[in-house]
Write a protein that binds this ligand. Structure first.
Ligand code: 13P
Length: 343
């Protein structure tokens, strides 16, 4: 195994208070977001948008690594420079989404299992050749009446661990993402319990599959009340619950916890990450970082709206959100300054 290389990459991904930018939306997900803003759903527009992101001046001030989609890792800018090289030249480590999406779990109505293990060893070898140094696999866990089931936890944890072991064999750092969805009216306490159960199941399987914990990054949800729950806890309460949950279930050997945003507003995601770092960073063994897609991209995509003349304004917005999240890692995020500075 490429032990030292994995450890070095995992540390580089959370170094210097920077975090990850997820720009790996599958084509259907990307089109769903374009559709809401009236952006044409074509390869040309997907490329223009990804080029806008990758060429944002100064993005590496706050971003250590960017997660690409299969389509993007093979593309070059209009000047003929591979997107991977644009990122590398600016000091951003390229990563790649390697799962094939969450599909219905047979025998478990309302639940999903993530597919993509078949042929993964060969795909990882190719992505490594193309310049990727880390990879991502997302599992989704739904909370609902009688859900999640033991079968859902087990199937997703097993797939995550098989994926992570294959990544490490190929010298790629696995980003292990078990996402407990925010949809529903469940309480924060219920999210706490399900997140703890999911993480315990995942780390049990990572152990069985001999995954080097020092050479991976965990990408979890924050512990939050369901979107439709009438009680919405404060930023500080969410930070406290999230940290307590992870202290129960995440081994100290893991170098970094890089949260997904999961549909929280950009500002709330920054504020909650900030609150965790202000109060708990000195008490926990892992870096508390971010691996956001929507919470970094959304304002930029809205400003761009598919129009070339908006590219610079959109890049400013992207830079701004990335910087807010670096400040949140330092416990220095100020929502009032954010509101004033936002383009
Ligand atoms: P969000 O931050 O939009 O939840 O996306 C993170 C991600 O990469 C999901 O796999």
């Amino acid at each position: 195994m490429h032990k030292q290389q994995l450890i070095d990459t995992a540390h580089a991904l959370v170094a210097d208070d920077k975090g990850l930018l997820a720009m790996d939306e599958s084509t259907p997900t990307c089109h769903k977001r374009f559709d809401k803003l009236g952006i044409p759903q074509t390869e040309e527009y997907r490329f223009a948008y990804r080029e806008l992101i990758a060429t944002t001046p100064g993005l590496s001030d706050s971003i250590s690594g960017a997660i690409l989609y299969d389509e993007t890792i093979r593309q070059s800018t209009s000047d003929g420079i591979p997107i991977v090289n644009v990122l590398q030249n600016s000091g951003i480590i390229p990563g790649i989404k390697v799962d094939a999406g969450a599909k219905d779990l047979a025998g478990h109505p309302g639940e999903k299992v993530t597919e993509g293990l078949d042929g993964l060893r060969d795909r990882l070898a190719e992505y490594s050749q193309l310049g990727a140094r880390f990879a991502k696999w997302r599992a989704v866990i739904t909370i609902g009446p009688g859900l999640p089931t033991p079968g859902c936890y087990a199937a997703n944890a097993h797939a995550l661990a098989r994926y992570a072991a294959l990544c490490q064999e190929a010298g790629l750092v696995p980003i292990v993402e078990p996402e407990v969805l925010m949809n529903g009216d469940h309480s924060l306490a219920r999210c706490f319990q399900v997140t703890e159960d999911a993480l315990r199941a995942v780390f049990r399987q990572l152990y069985l599959q001999r995954v080097l914990l020092e050479g991976m990054i965990l990408k979890p949800n924050m512990v939050v009340p369901g979107l439709d729950c009438p009680i919405q806890e404060s930023v500080e309460e969410v930070a406290a619950a999230t940290i307590e949950c992870f202290q129960h279930s995440v081994p100290a050997a893991v170098p970094g916890v890089a949260f997904l945003s999961g549909g929280q507003s950009s500002e709330l995601a920054s504020a909650r990450l900030n609150a965790m770092n202000v109060k708990y960073q000195s008490q926990v063994p892992w870096a508390l970082s971010f691996s956001f897609a929507r919470a970094i991209q959304q304002p930029a995509m809205e400003l761009w709206a598919g129009k070339g003349e908006n590219t610079k304004a959109a890049q400013k917005a992207l830079y701004h959100r990335a910087r807010c999240n670096r400040e949140a890692r330092r416990g220095e995020y100020d929502p009032q300054i954010d509101a004033v500075d936002a383009p």
